[in-house]
Design a protein around this ligand. Structure first.
Ligand code: ZN
Length: 232
């Protein structure tokens, strides 16, 4: 069976959060055909998944292709609990990692994305991981992604390119990237329609978007917004 590879086609890991929404806009600006992949894994903030369709509609251009939803709930649950997939309190562990860390989650996501990209003839896989102001997740690091690209290319006999446009941008720079790609309209769409809050709060609208305002994801997002606005 032949799977021809299109160098200008991209698959974006699209959760419905600020980072992945910005990555989708970035990919639509660059590549002729862009598909999205999302994962259900029992995340406590599954409300982010309900943000995906409205966000896709807001960002839609003729280049936007199919969306793929992959259910990993049983897989992740079978491996044991974390604060990301249960009601456990979000705390810092002795290792310096938040208890929301699902070990290897991004490695699993990238592997699934590459397996789908193989079937779809897509060369580029875009992920909104970031080493600059992240939550300490080791599978967001640039070295991890580079190693994954090598492993996936060897293991699937392909030349995938893993693209991480946010790797060296902090949250303020991520807002600026959105503005440079789509102006105030894109910033507003991402502000109102994307979701970051770990507690799934969609009832409180702040100037930086919806959220509880106090969980680590909200703090990061609010801080980035404030710094971006201050930089003007
Ligand atoms: Zn929150």
């Amino acid at each position: 069976m032949a799977f021809p590879v299109s160098p200008d086609h991209a698959l974006v890991l699209f959760s419905g959060g600020q980072d992945s929404a910005t990555c989708l806009a970035w990919a639509l600006d660059r590549y002729t055909h862009v598909e999205t992949i999302g994962f259900r894994y029992g995340q406590r903030h599954a409300v982010e998944l309900t943000c995906r369709d409205p966000l896709r509609d807001s960002l839609r251009t003729p280049r936007l292709g199919a969306d793929h939803m992959i259910d990993l709930t049983a897989t992740i649950a079978g491996l044991g609990a974390t604060a990301m997939t249960s009601d456990a309190e979000i705390v810092m562990t002795a290792e310096g990692l938040p208890s929301t860390f699902v070990p290897g989650r991004n490695l699993l996501f990238l592997t699934c994305a590459a397996s789908l990209a193989f079937r779809r003839g897509i060369k580029r896989i875009v992920a909104g991981v970031c080493e600059t102001d992240y939550s300490g997740y080791p599978d967001c690091r640039d070295d991890t992604v580079k190693a994954m690209q090598l492993a996936l290319n060897l293991g699937m006999n392909r030349r995938f390119v893993l693209e991480t446009p946010l790797m060296w941008r902090d949250k303020a720079a991520t807002w600026e990237l959105a503005r440079s790609l789509g102006g105030d309209a894109l910033v507003e769409a991402i502000r109102v329609e994307s979701h970051s809050c770990y507690l799934g709060d969609r009832t409180h609208l702040h100037d930086w978007g919806y959220g509880c305002g106090t969980c680590p994801a909200c703090e990061l997002r609010a801080d980035g917004w404030k710094r971006w606005r201050a930089e003007g």
